[in-house]
Design a protein around this ligand. Structure first.
Ligand SMILES: NC(=O)c1ccc[n+]([C@@H]2O[C@H](COP(=O)([O-])OP(=O)(O)OC[C@H]3O[C@@H](n4cnc5c(N)ncnc54)[C@H](OP(=O)(O)O)[C@@H]3O)[C@@H](O)[C@H]2O)c1
Length: 221
């Protein structure tokens, strides 16, 4: 049986999933760390993601060190990982991530990167292989569905790619960890959404001390 197609992101209270875009080349290089633009991006990102970095599962998966919190936030991170049989992501998320992820990338499944760049598959230790798909979001999703078997496909991000899938009517469900931070500007999750087409039903709202977890199913109007 085919799984669901979903996304799960952290969002600021004013609707942003990332700070303003910055040039990604060498973003994490030591010489860039004194750049005020880079410092501001990192500070905002850490505030947005302040709920997830202390979680035990997240820390282990990203090789950030042992220990960590084990409450409901941790369960949600683990459940999201376990339901995912394959992921799809945009090229800008990939470009940033490939500089930040450990050698054993944190997906442990196939990942399909939608991009105009032609590139051979990139296999990492631990079961993650990145496949670069040049013919659009639907072929990427078809390949991800095939790879995921009866598990779900996660549209991992970023904003532009998620929006393409929402507007194409290809998302079944999504979750937002609503973070108590205001960005004012940045990458807005639903900028350009085809609101006349998309109807939502709230299926879960669960506050923890750090964030509010919201889940919606998506229906065509
Ligand atoms: N808050 C969260 O939970 C969360 C989660 C994930 C990501 N993020 C953030 O999101 C940001 C990235 O999002 P973004 O909106 O800037 O970009 P994105 O969606 O990651 O990538 C967009 C790029 O992907 C490629 N692409 C997308 N659709 C395509 C198509 N149909 N055909 C061919 N190529 C296609 C294009 O790159 P090319 O033309 O160069 O190939 C496009 O410029 C990052 O800052 C990341 O940290 C946040």
């Amino acid at each position: 049986m085919a799984g669901k197609v979903f996304f799960s992101v952290s969002m600021s209270l004013d609707g942003f999933i990332a700070p303003e875009s910055v040039p990604v080349e060498g973003f994490f290089a030591p010489e860039k760390q004194d750049d005020p633009q880079v410092q501001r991006w990192m500070a905002q990102w850490m505030e947005l993601q302040q709920w997830i970095f202390p979680q035990r599962f997240f820390r282990e998966n990203l090789k950030l060190g042992e220990g960590g919190e084990e409450g409901r936030d941790n369960d949600i991170v683990r459940e999201t990982f376990e339901r995912t049989g394959a992921s799809v992501m945009g090229k800008r998320m990939f470009d940033l991530g490939q500089q930040a992820w450990p050698e054993e990338a944190p997906f442990h499944t196939p990942v399909f990167v939608v991009t105009h760049e032609k590139r051979d598959p990139w296999e990492r230790p631990g079961g993650t292989t990145f496949h670069f798909v040049n013919d659009g979001i639907e072929p990427a999703l078809d390949q991800a569905r095939e790879a995921a078997g009866d598990r779900d496909v996660r549209i991992a991000g970023g904003g532009a790619t998620i929006l393409e899938y929402v507007n194409a009517g290809l998302i079944d469900e999504f979750s937002i960890a609503l973070s108590p931070v205001l960005f004012g500007s940045g990458i807005r999750l639903f900028e350009g959404v085809d609101a006349g087409r998309v109807a939502l039903e709230q299926v879960r709202a669960e506050p923890t001390q750090r964030v509010t977890h919201l889940t919606y199913t998506v229906h065509e109007r």
